[in-house]
Design a protein around this ligand. Sequence first.
Ligand SMILES: [Zn+2]
Length: 168
Amino acid sequence: MAGAGEAEAALLAWMDRALAVAKEALEKGEVPVGCLLVYEGEVIGRGRNEVNETKNATRHAEMVAIDQVLDWCKQHKRDYREVFPQLVLYVTVEPCIMCAAALRLMSILSCCGSVLSISSDDMVDSGDPFECSSGYRAEEAVELLKAFYRQENPNAPKSKVRKKDRRR
Ligand SMILES: [Zn+2]
C-alpha cells in the first residue's frame, strides 16, 4: 500500500518543479513566483510572473498557467469546464486575491503550496473554496523572494546609478 510518505514525496517533487519555474522568473527579473496546473499527472499549465516582461500587472504566474490550460483544452478539444475541476495547482507563493478568485471561478480541484490561506477564506463570492494544503517548500520559496528583493530594480535606468569615486 502506498503510504503517506509516498504521497508527500510526490507532492514535494511537484513543488520542486514549481520552484524551478519561480527561479526562471527570478533570472528574468520578475517576482519569483512559479506554478503548475496538473491534470491527471500531466502538467498542462506552467506559469511564472510575466509582469515586467509584458508590462501587464495582471500577468501573474497563475493567470499565465490558466491561459495555457485554456489553450490546451482548445487544442485537445476538451471542455475546460470539465478539465478545471480535475486540476491541482502547485504554487510557490500564496495566490493573491485576483488569482485566488480566478482559480475559484474556474473551480480547480485543489491547491498545494508553501504558504496558503486565502483560497479557502470566504472573502469573495466567487465559487466554492478549493481544498488547500500548505507548508511545502516554504523556506525555498521565501529564499527566492528574499533574493529578488535584495537585488536592485533591474528596470531602473542605468544613468541614475552613480558610480562611487574609488580614489582614496
Ligand atoms: Zn496573483
